[in-house]
Design a protein around this ligand. Structure first.
Ligand code: ADP
Ligand code: UDP
Length: 237
C-alpha cells in the first residue's frame, strides 16, 4: 500500500490517503509539542518508538477484545490504519493524580485513587481542549449516549489491560489519553496512538518519570526515557 495525498499534518503525525478509501497511512514524526503547541521541540527517534509501541499495545488490546484501527505496521515510522471519523473527545483515564488534575483540584502529584477516574475533553485546539461532561458532549452532538457508554467501557478496559502490560515491565501507568473513531458502518474503534506522548509512565520503584513530562518540564534525558520504556516493553512482552 502506497502513500498518496497528504490529508492532514498534525503536531505528532502526518496522515496520508491510500489507494483504498477505507485505509489511511499514519506517519509518526519526531516533533514534540506541549501546552497546546506553545512549547515546540524534537525528540530524536520518538516517531519510530511511538509507531512501534502503539502498534504493539494496540495489537495486544485487539486480542483482548478492544477493537482498534490498526491494520499493519509498514515500516519504522508508518502504519496502515482503518480510516475513521474521529469522535472529537479526548478520553483521559487516571489512576494517580498528576498534571492538569493536580493543578485543577490542588492535590499533590502521586495521590493514588481507589478507582480509576475518567474525564472527557472537547478535542478542539482553538478552545484549548476544554473539559466537558457527558451532558455537554450530548448537547454538542459529539456522540450519542450509546457511543459514550461504549467509549467509557472500552477506555476502562484499556486502562486495566495497559496497567497489566506496563506493570509486568516495572512501570506504573499514572494516566493516559485515548481517542476513538467511527468506521463507515458506525462501529466505534480505538484510534490515534498509545505512547509515552499520551501516557504518564513512572518507574514503579523509583517513580522516575519515563514519558513526555520529561520534555514538558525540561527534566532532560527525554530520548533515553523513550528508549528505556520501549526496551522494557519489548523485554516484558
Ligand atoms: P493533532 O491533530 O492533535 O496534532 P497528531 O499529530 O497525532 O495530532 O495527528 C494525527 C491526527 O489523526 C489526529 O487528529 C487524530 O485524531 C487523527 N487520527 C488518528 N487515527 C485516525 C484514523 N484511524 N482515522 C482518521 N484520523 C485519525
Ligand atoms: N494527554 C495527551 N494529549 C493531550 C492532553 C493530555 O496525550 O492533549 C495525556 C497526557 O500525556 C497525560 C494524560 O493525557 O498522560 C492526562 O493529561 P493532563 O490532563 O494531566 O494534562 P497535561 O498535564 O498534559 O496538560
Amino acid at each position: 500500500m502506497e502513500k498518496q495525498v497528504l490529508l492532514y499534518e498534525g503536531k505528532a503525525k502526518k496522515v496520508y490517503a491510500t489507494g483504498d478509501p477505507h485505509l489511511l497511512i499514519v506517519s509518526y514524526k519526531d516533533d514534540a509539542t506541549a501546552f497546546n503547541g506553545l512549547k515546540k521541540g524534537t525528540i530524536q527517534g520518538k516517531g519510530a518508538i511511538n509507531n512501534r509501541m502503539s502498534n504493539l499495545l494496540m495489537s495486544r488490546l485487539e486480542q483482548q477484545g478492544v477493537p482498534t484501527h490498526l491494520v499493519k505496521e509498514l515500516n519504522d515510522r508508518e502504519t496502515l490504519v482503518k480510516k475513521v471519523s474521529i469522535v472529537p473527545l479526548e478520553v483521559i483515564v487516571r489512576n494517580i493524580a498528576a498534571g492538569s488534575f493536580s493543578k485543577r483540584y490542588g492535590v499533590e502529584e502521586g495521590l493514588v485513587f481507589d478507582a480509576p477516574t475518567l474525564e472527557f475533553s472537547y478535542k478542539n485546539d482553538d478552545l484549548g481542549d476544554p473539559l466537558l461532561n457527558d451532558d455537554h458532549a450530548l448537547a454538542l452532538g459529539l456522540a450519542s449516549r450509546e457511543e459514550l457508554d461504549l467509549i467509557r467501557k472500552y477506555s476502562l478496559s484499556v486502562n486495566r489491560l495497559l496497567r497489566e502490560i506496563w506493570g509486568a515491565c516495572g512501570i506504573t501507568l499514572v494516566d493516559f489519553k485515548v481517542e476513538f473513531g467511527r468506521l463507515e458502518d458506525g462501529t466505534i474503534v480505538l484510534a490515534d496512538e498509545i505512547s509515552p506522548d499520551t501516557c504518564r509512565l513512572w518507574d514503579s520503584k523509583t517513580l522516575e518519570k519515563l514519558d513526555k513530562d520529561r520534555f514538558r518540564r525540561d527534566l532532560g534525558g527525554v530520548e533515553a526515557a523513550y528508549v528505556q520504556v520501549m526496551n522494557r516493553l519489548t523485554g516484558g512482552l
